[in-house]
Design a protein. Sequence first.
Length: 456
Amino acid sequence: MSQQNEALFNELSGLDKKHIIHPSTNPKLHSEIGPKLIFESGEGIYLKDMGGKTYIDGVSMLWNVNVGHGVKELAEAAYEQMTKAAYTTTFYGYSNEASVRLAEKIAKVTPGDLNAIFYTSGGSESNDTAFKLSRSYWDIKGKKDKKLIISLRRGYHGVTIATQRATGIDAYREFSGSGDPNIVNAKPHMTECELGDKSHPEYEGSIRSIIEREGADKVAAVIVEPIQGAGGVHVPPEGYLKAVRALCDEFDIHMIADEIICGFGRTGKMFGVDHWDVVPDFICAAKGMTSGYVQLGGVIMREEIRDTFFTYDGMLPHGFTYSGHPTACAVGLKNLEILERDGLIENAAAMGEELQKGLNYLEDKYSFVGNTRSRGLLAGFDLMEDPAAGKPFETIKAAATVVEEAYKRELLIRPFDFTPGMNIVAIAPPLIVQKDEVEKIIAIVDDALGAFAKTL
Ligand SMILES: Cc1ncc(COP(=O)(O)O)c(C=O)c1O
């Protein structure tokens, strides 16, 4: 690091420690050591920090920078909109061209008749809004008791009071001891149970068993991520999402797909549900909707839900200052154009196969690597003492160690180790990644695993 950069880094680091409480960060540690990295610029799959080091962004930051870093067209789209009208509201029936054009475009790329959107500024807001719209829909239909939301263990749906409760990861779910009590977690991916096999030894705790216990007249919606992300990249078994769809139909309950990670090409199709030909009632989106360049989210709903809201003759008391933000929508529109024009979703599918080949190689090479899995460019693997026997590392922080070793080699990837014995590593590079770059990522992970192996 140059002397000038070092002085600036030290200044910013001191100010950061003093003035910012960081999300998903250890506050005590942060107050002692300050920021690990201060990013300066980005290009493609690479990020440069103030020290002049260049890192491969192997997780697209928070699995959201789908088109990669430094895309000037997105900046230009923002500039163009900002210099016309940076912000106008969509309250009181006001509108703006960018939000209309994006809504029309999204209606075209979503499955089935998911043709109307309620705009938000992020993922938590989208899921929170979907819960409220679902409950409010049932209110309008005269079914005022349908309030319960069922989500899955290991699911991650955000950090608002409602979405933290839907999240099935205890650290988040229990934080601050609050949370909407009308939200319960079911066991994840119990396909047979959801199809109706009540003799299954694990039936208790399935979505179906909760509906049975509570009564369908009390349940508003089921929310699932097509592929669970922060819970550890869990791809559902074949038939699972279709079983949930059928269950929701059987009991007249909404199915909400949390596509906040999966949406906009991450899994090699536009939406995660597209892999299983499932049409949910609501799709919640954010992240890849603008590739993270600006904050934008939305709840996309089926026409019948939209039409039910059209019968509501009063002011809809919900909305965010930034719902339908013109600059965010202009960026969202350009982002979708780039995804399609540059074939990035097809690239995600093809590069996903390369990534999985690399992971298979690592699984063969290291006895402690298991359950490598992926869809498109959403991938993960377990680190276990004995994956075949399902024996975890009891005390060793394997995922954190491997991720740290990768970091030393200038690759950013993510550990998931919320519960004892959980050691999952996630890889999710931008959708523009090329074959030689995937090989580089695998080579670095290989070295990091080798370094970890030496500590055993
Ligand atoms: C699947 C999923 N849902 C919801 C959220 C919450 O989104 P946000 O952090 O934008 O509120 C996230 C964030 O990581 C997510 O991965």
